[in-house]
Design a protein around this ligand. Structure first.
Ligand code: NAD
Length: 445
């Protein structure tokens, strides 16, 4: 099928590539000319496992093309995806300016009937606004062209985006027209072979489903962080508590890891945007507000542990802290809303210097914070330890899981490890002669 995708970010690029991989004919449109140029030359702007070879192979096969020319993309697509960003507006609601700009562009260039698919995460009611924006421009042109607007939210996870897209848990399609649902079912048939994954519903339910999924996941994280904070004060180990509750199938093992707070481009903005929608409709979002507040406080928790260890914030002045992990989670280079950013600012605010390493996010760190003399970007985890007083682990990359404890002891002048993801056993670190601080591990009292 002939597909056009607006936006070549995490969602647009991965979706376009996976659709091409199963044989569809895909044109991706982006306004970022440098990104499009790079993609046409095999340069992939983001890190996602498995993505680069798949983009290159499908591009070489002619099934995946990149352009800044919206008109040609729209002329190509029987199905036109909107997969552009929906960043938070100043009041926390989703800013729809990119989505609605694409809708107007579609209105300008549409020549034949098409299904317009909203894949961006957008508040309930956005499909109506997209429909109105397209219809408004068509009317200005005096053009009478039929089109459907469908909600098809995306559930891929950064760090496993290709895998998620090729083997989705479910494919939610929200549409008012049976013909549109049918068309999307045909598009997704290659991903829906061994068992039924398509959940068809009305548009508004589909729009809300995406927010409900992210808000539920964020709630699990904030819940565990709150339990961790209680554990820390009462002298219990939250890792034991986690093992003690996860075996209950009603609770489950997933997403009950305490840590340094959730980040990324989705959970923070989606929880806030859903709370905003609730308020707009007269519902007080008590739980969502609490989820957000707990997370905000949790992002400052590692710094609190450092202050607790050193006795005061002033005692951090002149210290050098090794920081392992900058991305908001492993297997990505994405640092949007990452907990590391809060910690970096707090450390610099206290007059400490940072030696930082992340397996994939060094280029992004350089772009955001490059040029500071209180930040040294290191080319390995061990290099970050050189001349450092203490180590803080912020992102749970696999390669940080089994460090050489003797090397940590020999390298860290103040012999202290702050484990923001509970990667280590406190007893192992302490046996090596280092002080250990984890999240909710009782011993940090
Ligand atoms: P992104 O910021 O990585 O990419 C957005 C892209 O859209 C950019 O390349 C930008 O240049 C392009 N763009 C902006 N305006 C455009 C226009 N008028 N025409 C063509 N291209 C345009 O965003 P993302 O992370 O891929 O997220 C896209 C949407 O998907 C958001 O609503 C997000 O909430 C949602 N989502 C993201 C994830 C994720 O893990 N990143 C997962 C599920 C859903």
């Amino acid at each position: 099928m002939r597909v056009c995708i607006f936006g070549t970010g995490y969602v647009g690029l991965v979706t376009g590539t996976c659709l091409a991989e199963v044989g569809h004919d895909v044109v991706c449109v982006d306004i970022d000319a440098a990104k499009v140029d790079g993609l046409n030359n095999g340069i992939i702007p983001i890190y996602e496992p498995g993505l680069t070879p798949m983009v290159r192979a499908n591009h070489a096969a002619g099934r995946l093309r990149f352009t800044t020319d919206a008109a040609s993309g729209i002329a190509h697509g029987d199905i036109i995806f909107i997969a552009v960003g929906t960043p938070p507006d100043e009041d926390g609601s989703a800013d729809l300016k990119y989505v609605l700009a694409v809708a107007r562009t579609i209105g300008q260039h549409l020549q034949a009937p098409a299904v317009v698919v909203d894949k961006s995460t957008v508040p309930v009611g956005t499909a109506d606004r997209v429909r109105a924006a397209i219809a408004g421009v068509l009317a200005e042109r005096g053009a009478d062209i039929a089109f459907d607007v469908v909600s098809n939210p995306e559930f891929l996870k950064e760090g496993a985006a290709v895998e998620d897209c090729m083997r989705p848990d479910r494919i939610v399609i929200g549409a008012d027209s049976a013909a549109a649902i049918d068309k999307l079912k045909r598009l997704y048939a290659p991903f829906n072979r061994n068992h039924e994954r398509i959940v068809a519903m009305d548009v508004r339910s589909a729009e809300l489903t995406k927010y409900a999924a992210n808000a539920m996941l964020a709630t699990k994280i904030s819940f565990m962080n709150e339990i961790a904070n209680i554990a820390e004060q009462v002298g219990a180990d939250v890792e034991m508590v986690r093992k003690g509750i996860g075996s209950d199938p009603r609770i489950g093992w997933h997403f009950i890891y305490p840590g340094a707070g959730y980040g990324g481009s989705c959970f923070p903005k989606d929880v806030q945007a859903l709370a905003k929608t609730a308020q707009q409709y007269g519902v007080q979002p008590r739980l969502l507000d609490a989820v957000e507040a707990v997370n905000d406080a949790q992002k400052g928790h590692l710094f609190e542990l450092l202050v607790r260890h050193y006795g005061s914030e002033a005692a951090l002045r002149g210290k050098t802290v090794a920081l392992w992990g900058l991305a908001f989670k492993p297997n990505t280079d994405d640092m949007r809303e990452a907990s590391s950013r809060r910690l970096l600012q707090q450390l610099w605010g206290a007059g400490a210097k940072v030696r930082a390493y992340d397996p994939e996010a060094m280029r992004e760190t350089q772009r955001i914070f490059g040029g500071r003399d209180d930040l040294v970007l290191c080319d390995s985890a061990n290099a970050a330890l050189r001349g450092a007083d203490a180590l803080v682990v912020v992102t749970e990359w696999k390669q940080f899981r089994s460090p050489d404890f003797a090397l940590l002891k020999a390298s860290l002048a103040d012999r202290a490890v702050f484990d923001g993801r509970n990667l280590y056993e406190p007893a192992d670190i302490e046996a090596a002669g280092l002080a250990y601080y984890g999240i909710g591990r009782g011993r940090s009292l």
